[in-house]
Ligand binder design. Structure first.
Ligand SMILES: [Zn+2]
Length: 335
């Protein structure tokens, strides 16, 4: 996401409630566990605070607005920061290896990027690099904060992403400013390094970087962690509990990509761009959603009809306001 400000006023400004967080944590896919939002209240047995390892005291926890889930995969930890709803529940993934941390994506709102940075600092390891998954504003606005807080970290993305940010990034930020004021970035922070496709090792962890075009976005990175059997799908896969963003008319190709992800064997855990990690069955539910959205798009002459029909088709999914936003952008483009 995102290129317009439509509908944003309706996003809650409130931080995640405790009950919401407990639901998130309880529903989180093992082996992820939740870190409590606040020091207030007794910890639930299924939740873990990040105090188990030396040097990992989470100083920011008492006032933290977002939620953090931590998955342990042998020597590798995946920390997932999830923003509150007004930040579009966007994730920043932090891959902690033996010596360093690799950060994926930078949040929409600076306040949440700042929480990410404070959390990373509690891990006590340098940030090796920051990798941007795609050029939608909710994933990169907060890079402004992360690059200030970690000035030695290089910022990577697929070839073409930086060009997209240079071409359209400032206009995107300006469109958000009336809603978010100084919570949105003041300047574009574009990646300066190109991430190579294919297998590479960073801090002893094997990544298999994949390039996808014409899905939820025009250009999208995904990463396989073959040793951990984790697929980092970003906005290629959405939660089965929520609407997906359908901003551009790439429905058919998105389904083809989802089929290719489904063909990957053994990747049961998928981290996604919005909300907590999901089981691989979310590939199927995303495919069902995209196919239905395509049919509704074909049958709908305007954004309002598309939005109403898609909501009616999936009445139980959360974030109906995301559909309004998708419809506005989908129908703003030439058909
Ligand atoms: Zn997104």
């Amino acid at each position: 996401m995102l290129s317009s400000n439509s509908g944003f006023q309706r996003f809650s400004q409130a931080a995640l409630s405790r009950s919401r967080f407990l639901r998130l944590a309880a529903g989180a896919l093992l082996p992820f566990v939740g870190l409590r939002l606040s020091a207030a209240g007794a910890p639930k047995p299924e939740l873990a605070q990040n105090t188990g390892a030396p040097g990992t005291k989470d100083a920011a926890a008492p006032g933290r607005m977002g939620a953090i889930l931590v998955g342990q995969f042998g020597p590798v930890k995946i920390h997932s920061y999830l923003s509150p709803a007004d930040g579009l529940q966007v994730n920043t993934q932090m891959i902690e290896g033996p010596n360093a941390v690799v950060i994926f994506d930078g949040q929409l709102l600076l306040t949440y990027a700042d929480e990410v940075a404070s959390y990373v600092q509690t891990l006590g390891k340098p940030v090796d690099r920051i990798i941007l998954s795609h050029a939608h504003t909710d994933h990169w606005s907060g890079l402004q904060v992360l690059t200030e807080r970690f000035p030695d970290a290089r910022v990577f993305a697929l070839d073409g992403i930086a060009d997209q940010l240079h071409a359209r990034g400032q206009a995107r930020l300006d469109s958000f400013r009336p809603i978010y004021g100084d919570r949105i970035a003041t300047k574009v922070t574009a990646p300066t390094e190109i991430i190579a496709e294919g297998v590479q090792r960073i801090d002893g962890i094997t990544y298999d970087f994949r390039r996808f075009v014409d899905a939820e976005s025009d250009l999208q990175l995904a990463a396989l962690l073959p040793e951990q059997k984790v697929l980092m799908a970003f906005d290629l896969v959405f939660s089965p509990n929520e609407h997906a963003f359908t901003l551009v008319d790439h429905f058919d190709h998105w389904v083809i990509i989802l089929e290719s992800l489904k063909a990957l064997q053994g990747y049961d855990t998928i981290t996604i761009g919005h909300d907590t990690p999901v089981h691989r069955s979310a590939i199927d539910s995303t495919m069902t959603y995209v196919k239905r959205a395509k049919a509704i798009h074909a049958a709908s002459a305007d954004a309002k009809t598309y939005s109403e029909s898609l909501k009616a088709a999936f009445p139980d999914l959360q974030h109906a306001e995301w559909v309004d936003l998708s419809a506005k952008l989908l129908y703003a483009a030439p058909r």
